[in-house]
Design a binder for this molecule. Structure first.
Ligand SMILES: Cc1ncc(C[n+]2csc(CCOP(=O)(O)OP(=O)(O)O)c2C)c(N)n1
Ligand SMILES: [Mg+2]
Length: 770
């Protein structure tokens, strides 16, 4: 890491003021000046921004190196835009259109913002934790020889104090401790206010212990220089100050100098008289707002002192809305200065009317050259990186041989074969799992490629010569990152590894495995990973009531519906091993493709008889979302539509019914998600005059318009029942609507109506009801 350049404190203070002005003005402009046709509240967080401008000035214009990456507290987004505006990398029109269509986004967005955003934020807590996993990925890349020391950086999270209530932060630091993570700076904007009110006092006394026990250094920036000197000279005043509650402090900050005086007089009496005499009200207000997070000298000194790779938590005391009329008010989270307040504040800030957007407005001639020089020296990236990090050749993935196979077993075998064959793709795959490596069938891959740890850890069982199918020693060349059981961490790990191309220009192919029902446990983190266009392959197995004896707590029902509504994630649900091989190959291609996406494979432990293929045409259909496993007759009146593990029941029913219902088709759906997307995209295209039917329209158009469809999946029936809406055909939907339970397949399929007789009944109902 580069040593910080010599700083110019005065210039940094000016930049702090500039950030405070520009962020508040950007929000004001969007709310009070720009036309508002629909009357919707625009919003923005002037107080949350003002709380952090000094911290961000000290960081961006001084402490950060060019490889350092930052997750900015969501509601300080306008400060980040202001920083880039000062650096020339954000344009005026984006700021004028803040929170408008095509304008700067409310919360920093990697994909939607013009400026380089290292990590998107918005859902509090997740932006914090992803920095930890990014640091782990950086160590992984270094250990594998793909990242030079000169390209390494530090990962910084700017955190609202109330964010610390999010449990995912603690899950992350526990995992981080196991992996000995480093190069992390987490900076808490400790303004002691959340959204609703002031935050509870008691917990903050504990946070440092929690972090310390996870191996972190904790540095508190409580006082600015002035305030520290004053309190050191008045020990009584100091102990009084330190007993003030969060709410008391906020009230006093809001009320200002006269209130401080009255309170001190009342509570410290005569002993405080000399101190009070020496300070008028204005001086008192200014003194007590000199908290560590607003004092440039303190910030710069503290950041410079932490010049090693120890993960560090900085607790920077601040005032929410510092310098604004509603500083400290408990209701100020979404508070906006009204036009009168803004005018007064503009004048106080030395900004001339009409010059509000001038980047260095109010900077005096003497100071200007110093400020400009500092901006020039700033080392952070000003431009977005392109996705030009080369591509990795994706080899053909053959389907594993075997008449009877489950998709879960086939997944393990495909990876094993890929590992044995070697090559760039195999080397760039990194697998990860929250303590279900063995039970999701990653074991053989891990035996081949090894566990990853920065520092070697021996396989103690192997050393003791105790037989085990699973090797469990770790080295820095391993390719599997084992996580504890915390599914949110899995998704953040996938998010960080899935951004490796964007963050380090080194492509990784991350594969994460977990049990299908536990996707829900980490769902917001999964959504977060997709939101910033991280690329990975998620393999969820086992799934559905097909899991039989494992019972209802492990039998997933609704993940296909989750996937149907999740942008950036393609759901595939194969029935057969050859479909799976094609889907994995496609998933790897999509990871590398600039216009690609992540893939979710929903797999099963049920071993089923594989089908004979009469050619390769099924493949294209399977990758597009479905294909006719048994082609329907022209204008057929009925079809069975099945997905995944229940395909044997669908095939058996088809065999049984085909005599009575000549022309009956069997449609194998491999991705309701893709079919639905294609359907709506074709509709949208028709409005533009393009008349290409979607894949599902083509598939269903061979049937009679009045045909009936019996849909069946080991999942919520709504996953497939919507297919009736495509051409207006009627549907009898079969699927799982109640929690599962233990049992063998025959009993469960009969009880939950996933068997042949349910299909036959469905067909009968449709045909009789005609
Ligand atoms: C997961 C999630 N829950 C709720 C919110 C709504 N929300 C936005 S900011 C905020 C409080 C933030 O307080 P703090 O982190 O202390 O930030 P400050 O504005 O005080 O700097 C809340 C509850 C959110 N963005 N994300
Ligand atoms: Mg706060």
């Amino acid at each position: 890491m580069l040593k910080p350049v010599t700083t110019d404190i005065d210039a940094l203070k000016i930049l702090d003021d500039r950030l405070k002005w520009l962020s508040a003005w950007t929000i004001h402009h969007a709310n009070h000046i720009r036309d508002n046709d629909d009357g919707l509240k625009v919003g923005g967080h002037q107080a949350s921004c003002a709380s952090m401008t000094a911290i961000m000035a000290a960081l961006y214009f001084h402490a950060l190196g060019e490889n350092d990456r930052v997750a900015v507290k969501p509601h300080a987004g306008p400060v980040l835009h202001a920083i880039h505006y000062l650096l020339g990398s954000q344009s005026l029109d984006k700021l004028e259109n803040f929170r408008g269509f095509g304008g700067a986004q409310s919360y920093p967005s990697r994909t939607k913002d013009k400026i380089p955003v290292d990590f998107s934020t918005g859902s509090v807590g997740l932006g914090v934790a992803i920095t930890l996993f990014a640091s782990l990925v950086q160590d992984y890349l270094t250990a594998h020889g793909w990242l030079d020391d000169k390209d390494r950086g530090r990962f910084v999270a700017l955190i609202g104090d109330a964010e610390l209530d999010e449990g995912n932060i603690y899950e992350a630091i526990i995992e981080g401790a196991k992996h000995d993570v480093r190069n992390l700076w987490w900076i808490i904007d400790y303004n002691r206010q959340s959204l609703d009110a002031t935050s509870a006092d008691r917990m903050f006394e504990r946070f440092d212990e929690i972090f310390k026990s996870c191996g972190w250094r904790v540095v508190e920036l409580r006082y600015g220089r002035k305030l520290k000197a004053a309190l050191d000279a008045n020990p009584k005043l100091k102990s009084w100050f330190e007993t003030l509650s969060n709410a008391d402090l906020s009230v006093l900050h809001y009320q200002g100098g006269a209130a401080w005086r009255a309170r001190i007089q009342a509570e410290l009496g005569k002993s405080a008289a000399p101190f009070l005499k020496a300070h008028d009200d204005e001086a008192l207000a200014s003194l007590f707002t000199d908290l560590g997070g607003h004092c440039m000298e303190t910030l710069v000194e503290t950041f410079e002192a932490a010049d090693d790779d120890v993960p560090t938590l900085f607790i920077a005391w601040t005032i929410k809305g510092h310098g604004l009329p509603f500083a400290g008010h408990k209701d100020n989270h979404a508070g906006l200065m009204n036009p009168t307040q803004m005018t007064a504040w503009r004048e106080a800030m030395g900004v001339r009317e009409g010059q509000e957007w001038e980047p260095l407005e109010s900077v005096g001639d003497n100071a200007r050259s110093g400020v400009e020089a500092l901006l020039e020296r700033t080392r952070i990236r000003r431009d977005k990186r392109g996705r030009d990090f080369g591509s990795v050749e994706i080899p053909n993935l053959p389907a594993p041989a075997g008449e009877e196979q489950s998709t879960q077993a086939a997944f393990g075998r495909i990876l094993l074969e890929l590992s044995k064959a070697g090559g760039a793709l195999a080397d760039r795959i990194v697998t990860t799992s929250p303590d279900v490596t063995v039970s999701t069938n990653l074991g053989a891959w891990v035996n081949q490629r090894g566990l990853f740890r920065r520092n070697d850890t021996p396989d103690v069982f192997a050393k003791a010569k105790i037989p085990s199918a699973q090797k469990w020693g770790a080295t820095n060349q391993g390719q599997h990152i084992e996580l504890g059981i915390a599914e949110s961490n899995l998704f953040l790990m996938l998010a960080a590894a899935g951004l490796s191309g964007d963050l380090w220009h080194q492509r990784l192919f991350p594969i994460g495995t977990l049990y299908d029902p536990f996707i829900a446990r980490g769902l917001d983190s999964l959504n977060y990973a997709c939101y910033q266009d991280a690329r990975f392959l998620l393999v969820a197995t086992p799934s559905g009531i097909t899991l039989g004896p494992e019972g209802g707590a492990h039998q997933s029902i609704n993940p296909p519906l989750i996937a149907l509504g999740q942008p950036g994630l393609r759901h595939y649900e194969p029935a057969y091993a050859d479909e799976l091989a094609a889907m994995m190959q496609e998933a790897f291609r999509l990871i590398d493709d600039p216009n690609g996406e992540s893939t979710y494979l929903r797999l099963s432990t049920r071993s089923i008889t594989q089908v004979e293929r009469g050619g390769g045409s099924w493949r294209e259909g399977a990758l597009a979302g479905g294909y006719w496993l048994r082609a329907p007759g022209d204008q057929a009146e009925a079809a069975i539509v099945a997905m995944g593990a229940v395909m044997p029941e669908a095939l058996a029913a088809w065999e049984e019914l085909k005599e009575d219902l000549p022309g009956l088709g069997l449609l194998a759906v491999t991705s309701p998600d893709l079919l639905h997307r294609g359907w709506t995209a074709a509709q949208a295209a028709r409005w533009k005059g393009e008349r290409k039917p979607s894949h599902i329209e083509q598939l269903l158009s061979g049937l009679s318009p009045s045909a009936g469809l019996v849909t069946i999946a080991d999942a919520a029936p709504a996953s497939l029942s919507w297919l009736g809406g495509v051409l207006g055909q009627r549907v009898a939907p079969l699927g799982v609507e109640k929690f599962g339970q233990t049992g063998n397949l025959a009993d469960l399929y009969a009880a939950y109506r996933l068997d042949g007789s349910a299909i036959t009944e469905g067909v009968a109902e449709l045909l009789l009801g005609q």
